[in-house]
Design a protein around this ligand. Structure first.
Ligand code: AMP
Length: 198
């Protein structure tokens, strides 16, 4: 099973992806996590990406496409994967389409988590508060001052993917404002229905 979780930052893609990993035994490919790991390890990609990420902007298509192309060829992706936070631009969407075509694979479904902006801003503020209360450092891009920039990037560059995948007949929407278990149940119901293509 190959699916994309689409939605604005703070919509709950990461949480839902982790639950699907447990249920279906396929890996979560989060470009955000991969980039944060590269930043922490101070790799050449990490060094390039850090300032862009801290400012809430998007890292270049070239970098993320290369990371994903390498990742999907790893053994644990043979039965499928959950793309979380990728693709985030039309160029990335075309690129992942091409990567899959070249491997004679296809996407089963693209699930959009639909959440109001006000709810997102509230969630991010809460996440920052809880992290601080736990004595941990808050991610720079989770700072309530930077978050609006991430939302702008989403609307400018990522939201067009909703139409892109709708036109391909792959898009399914889920109410991301319902409680977490309900969202999970809805996603699982959609996955049971989505025809398993190649
Ligand atoms: P996330 O944890 O998915 O919100 O990602 C954190 C940050 O990593 C984003 O704000 C971007 O700076 C960068 N990033 C993650 N995924 C991508 C992507 N697919 N394209 C460009 N930048 C990305």
């Amino acid at each position: 099973m190959r699916l994309i979780l689409l939605g604005p930052p703070g919509a709950g893609k990461g949480t839902q992806a982790q639950r699907l990993v447990e249920k279906y035994g396929i890996p979560q490919l989060s470009t955000g996590d991969m980039l944060r790991a590269a930043v922490a390890a101070k790799t050449p990609i990490g060094l390039k990406a850090k300032a862009v990420m801290d400012a809430g902007e998007l890292v270049s298509d070239e970098i993320v496409n290369a990371i994903v192309a390498e990742r999907i060829d790893q053994k644990d992706c043979a039965k499928g994967f959950i793309l979380d936070g990728y693709p985030r631009t039309l160029v990335q969407a075309d690129s992942v389409g091409k990567m899959l075509d070249e491997r004679d694979l296809a996407l089963d479904v693209v699930i959009e988590l639909v959440v109001d902006d006000k709810v997102l801003v509230g969630r991010i503020a809460k996440r920052a508060e809880e992290t601080r209360a736990a004595g941990k450092p808050v991610r720079k891009d989770d700072d309530p001052a930077v978050f609006p920039e991430r939302l702008r990037e989403y609307y400018k560059k990522t939201a067009p993917l909703i139409g892109y995948y709708y036109a391909k007949g792959l898009l399914k929407g889920v109410d991301g404002m319902a409680d977490m278990d309900t969202v999970t149940a809805e996603i699982e119901a959609l996955l049971e229905k989505s025809s398993h293509r190649k």
